[in-house]
Design a protein around this ligand. Sequence first.
Ligand code: G3P
Length: 217
Amino acid sequence: MKFFVDTADIAEIKALLPSGLVDGVTTNPSLIMKSGRDFREVVAEICGLLDGPVSAEVTALEADKMISEGESLAGIADNVCVKLPLTMDGLIACKALTGNGIKTNVTLCFSANQALLAAKAGATFISPFIGRLDDINIDGMDLIREIRVIYDNYDFRTEILAASIRSANHVKEAALTGADVATVPPSVLKGLANHPLTDKGLKAFLDDWAKTGQKII
Ligand code: G3P
């Protein structure tokens, strides 16, 4: 399973890169707003940090304008992945941009039928929003399960990118359900390494080691 980090915060991305866990980055207009930075500038900077896909979202609503924005964003760097909303115009833009060899991430997916359409439009990634479904008492993970079955039934190459991930449990469930990628906020990604028994065990080992009076180097 690949991990993308869901942030436009350069410092957070840089801090996570040495772990080798970051296969890509996703941004959205809200994350750009939170960064307080110029959109194109921050996307260019992120793209320079890693080879993996960096999602940058269009803001136009009509297909022709989405295509122009998408082509412009794709011109920033080879690893830009153009993020498009799951609307009929977004699907038209997806078809056109993928046809031109541009990577696409169709976002704001809340149903299996929407995901089916995105795959037929040639999306590189489909982004089902787990947390936002959970927010309205619909099990977001059921959506991942359904999309997995549909994509496998028809051998669609579109990768399932579990988005709106809010917890370590979401990550585990997405992995168990067969999502290809999870895009995860930095805090959640860092938290995956934590376990109280790891901390307790480490302390016990180090206490005993101190009693030996030895040093490794
Ligand atoms: O990748 C989409 C994601 O950022 C949305 O997350 O927590 O705002 O629903 P959230």
